[in-house]
Write a protein of this length. Structure first.
Length: 401
């Protein structure tokens, strides 16, 4: 966005939290497998595409290689260094996930700069505190999901939104929804409509930049991914057709319409959910214009029967910001019981930390395939070659190449 600053202590705090999540849960599950495997193949096999895993195990729908290609320039030198120093191959998984997490932190840095300009330094710093003391967003920021790659660019798009660079925002939303996750279009649409209705964007320019960006990015993903998949395809187009148009995603389970509002969001934000209505009430104009597109997005996406928390990752930076504004407002109330209010706020933050620790404890024990594979390596001679059968449960719960 042109406003990048050097990392500060708050960025380092976020980095520390991400590394704690990564170190305690280094293994991955089936949803993360494509991009992790694609990163492995790019780093190990390079241009020898015939050896890539996806030819033998393509998955239900194809995914784009662009995310893994974006990780490659930062991960390859580090992998060569660790290999030279004698580290095991598994360190590559830490490297790939750590680099992805750092990409997320860079996007959050850009976002925080705009938050500070719009809402002040206190809001920017407390935003980090609330973000670090919730579980799901920091946990998933190092996980190689298409949603995580999309999250990076959505957060940067928010920075463009806050700074008034609306057509850059539009182009980046187009890139993200075309390459990584099509539901980002559902998020972008109410934001763009709000800007059009308030005359902050020109209808003709919106059509022009939106059309040009869409064509360019469709061509980009088709050209790049067709090379890797050895057939002409638009991966995210096929995903949208399969999951949304054919509604095949319901085969993986369904949830009621209200699930995102009454289960997913409270589970992600925990006690901080209580501060969202407070933030909206006391900062109606600034918070309201941010919250309205988020509510519309979640409402529209709730129409699909298959629901997962990762499908709405993109709302949590905004919801955390709104909760931050609410918490600041509660703290600023001057009454005879101000000390009691401060104590309660501290207890709420401590409560979030305890619940987050509980989620982490459960997650730590949630990768039996990974732990079994690690134990196997400890029992075998590393100088010998073995043929090992990896069954479906193991592959789904932590085993990776």
């Amino acid at each position: 966005t042109g406003d990048m600053k050097l990392p500060d202590v708050w960025d380092l705090l976020l980095l520390l939290v991400l590394l704690i999540h990564l170190s305690l849960c280094p293994y991955t599950k089936v949803e993360e497998s494509f991009n992790l495997q694609a990163s492995h193949d790019l780093l190990i096999f390079g241009t020898n595409i015939d050896k890539y895993d996806h030819h033998e195990f393509p998955g239900v729908v194809p995914r784009s290689f662009i995310g893994s290609l974006l990780l490659y320039p930062a991960t390859k030198p580090l992998l060569l260094l660790f290999s030279y120093l004698g580290f095991s191959k598994f360190v590559g998984q830490y490297v790939v996930r750590a680099v992805l997490g750092i990409y997320c932190l860079i996007s959050l840095k850009l976002f925080r700069i705009q938050v500070e300009l719009q809402f002040g330094t206190v809001t920017s710093k407390l935003f980090v505190v609330l973000l670090c003391t919730q579980f799901h967003l920091p946990f998933y920021m190092t996980r190689t999901l298409p949603n995580t790659f999309a999250l990076i660019f959505v957060i940067v798009s928010y920075s463009y939104w806050f700074s008034g660079k609306y057509y850059q925002m539009l182009s980046l939303f187009a890139f993200t929804s075309i390459v990584f996750r099509s539901e980002v279009f559902v998020l972008a649409l109410p934001i763009i409509l709000q800007l059009l209705l308030t005359n902050q964007m020109s209808f003709s320019k919106t059509i022009f930049y939106g059309s040009i960006s869409s064509v360019v990015f469709i061509v980009l993903t088709v050209v790049i991914d067709s090379i890797f998949w050895k057939r002409v395809l638009w991966p995210e187009g096929e995903v949208f057709y399969y999951n949304t148009y054919l509604n095949q995603s319901k085969n993986w389970g369904t949830s009621p319409f209200y699930w995102y509002f009454l289960s997913a969001i409270p589970k992600a934000l925990l006690f901080y959910t209580l501060f969202i209505p407070v933030g909206l009430y006391y900062d109606r104009w600034r918070v309201g214009r941010l919250l309205l597109p988020i509510v519309i997005f979640v409402t529209l996406y709730s129409l699909l029967p298959h629901k997962e928390l990762r499908f709405i990752f993109y709302v949590f930076p905004i919801l955390t910001l709104v909760a931050t504004r609410g918490l600041i407002r509660v703290y600023s109330i001057k009454t005879k019981i101000s000390k009691i209010i401060l104590l309660l706020l501290c207890l709420i933050i401590i409560g979030n930390i305890l619940l987050t620790s509980g989620f982490m404890y459960v997650s730590y024990h949630n990768y039996p395939g990974g732990y079994a594979f690690h134990a196997l390596h400890q029992l075998t001679d590393s100088t010998q070659n073995y043929s090992i059968h990896i069954d479906v449960p193991a592959a789904q719960t932590g085993v990776s190449r």
